[in-house]
Write a protein that binds this ligand. Structure first.
Ligand code: DSN
Length: 417
């Protein structure tokens, strides 16, 4: 990493950043919500734009000196609208959770009814979890998945009719099937609710044309920019023109102060990258690789919630192995694979222990892993879980994962140490 300035000023932090670069280079990243952003995006995020206060909207700021900032933010907005085919984009949310919070603020009052996907069934904290603002200040009912790991749209409709929500949220953090946005909109229309599609996980797949788009169906679309979209860490809200002002006001002054304009520049760069033909190939490869990983795991006798994946992720179901997600995620870390423990639907174990491990293909695909490599990854995972007590086997598996990392190098041109 080019850390010359940090090294001179703060060798301690420089050393930690270098160590993190090495960790990323020498381990296989399967956390489904992570990715490796480009050097161009990182350049934007590390730029002088971090110095500027720009409260307000482009060309309507509370501070002077915003000419370049205005143009940068306007570019990000234009690119987001074009890529996702939406009328309005606010690129200021600092994260996906804050993007969701702004939509709540724009259309709901505390105590209003909301219908969202249950966290332990694959939803997100900000979709109504009782420990999150969304569940604390709103009256939330949840829908989940059936025994096949699929959404039961009739059940969503039934719950919507019972609960009469003002807002229905679709989109997930751990759902391996295609989401039917059209069906969700029909349900929302039947009960007179707004529809929010949180596409954080699948934004890159939508941009790359391998997952249907919520455009034309959802009143509001929120996303993070750092998962399959492969941009900097942040959020975006998109909506129909009629909600533009309400959403903008909810973000600022409603929830946030000064926008992170250096990150917004990174979002603009990432959105440009995601609109290129190569990104379509990337998105196709993510799905191919996820399927290869799933097939490899199934062939090695492992179980996956809902069987074959249709997108970038899957959840390994460990219930029949007697092992826990927590322990096995640690074992995978020992063999050079990073993943997170995750509940399976109706998990008998707590979210701190869990019976599952979530696996995603977006980050490995960025560094060039192909289907053959993903099958090898599936072998390493299966063998590590089966031999979780056998140090010798685990050491051999670590060598295999390291060999894969060397075969598919990451940030090769970054100057190290
Ligand atoms: N923490 C993210 C994920 O891992 O899916 C969601 O915000």
């Amino acid at each position: 990493m080019v850390l010359d300035y940090i090294k001179r000023v703060d060798p301690e932090v420089a050393g930690l950043i270098d160590a993190e670069l090495k960790r990323q280079q020498t381990t296989i990243e399967l956390i489904a919500s992570e990715n490796f952003t480009s050097r161009a995006v990182m350049d934007a995020c590390g730029s002088v734009l971090t110095n500027k206060y720009a409260e307000g909207k482009p060309y309507k700021r509370f501070y002077n000196g915003c000419d370049n900032i205005d143009k940068t933010e306007e570019l990000a907005q234009k690119r987001a609208k074009k890529l996702f085919n939406m009328a309005h984009a606010n690129v200021q949310p600092h994260s996906g959770a804050q993007a969701n919070m702004a939509v709540f603020m724009a259309v709901l009052k505390p105590g209003d009814n909301v219908l969202g996907m249950d966290l332990s069934n694959g939803g997100h904290l900000s979709h109504g979890s009782p420990v999150n603002f969304s569940g604390l200040y709103f009256n939330v009912k949840s829908y989940g998945v059936d025994e096949n790991g699929s959404l039961d749209y009739d059940d969503v409709l039934k719950k919507a009719k019972e609960h009469k929500p003002k807002l229905i949220i679709c989109g997930a953090s751990n759902y391996s099937k295609i989401i039917d946005f059209k069906r969700f909109r029909q349900i929302a229309d039947e009960v007179g609710a707004y529809l929010l599609a949180d596409i954080a996980h699948i934004a890159g797949l939508i941009a790359g044309g391998v997952h249907p788009s919520p455009a034309g169906f959802a009143h509001f679309v929120t996303t993070t920019t750092h998962k399959t979209l492969r941009g900097p860490r942040g959020g975006i809200i998109m909506c129909d023109e009629e909600f533009a002002q309400t959403i903008d006001k909810a973000v600022f002054p409603g929830m946030q102060g000064g926008p992170l304009e250096h990150i917004i520049a990174g979002k603009a760069v990432a959105l440009l990258e995601a609109s290129q033909p190569e990104f379509k190939v990337y998105a196709q490869n993510i799905v191919k690789n996820a399927k290869a990983l799933a097939q490899g795991l199934l062939d090695n006798g492992m179980e996956i919630v809902g069987g074959m994946t249709e997108n970038h992720l899957m959840t390994l179901d460990l219930r029949n192995t007697g092992k826990t997600g927590k322990d096995m995620a640690n074992v995978l870390e020992c063999v050079g694979i990073t993943a997170n423990k995750n509940t399976v639907p109706n998990d008998p174990r707590s979210p701190f222990v869990t019976s599952g491990i979530r696996l995603g293909a977006a980050a490995a695909t960025t560094r060039g892993f192909d289907e053959f490599a993903m099958r090898e990854v599936a072998f390493i995972i299966s063998e590590a879980i089966k031999n979780s007590e056998n140090k010798e086997v685990l050491e051999k598996l670590r060598e295999k994962s390291l060999a894969l990392c060397k075969k598919f190098p990451l940030y090769e041109t970054m100057k190290e140490g």
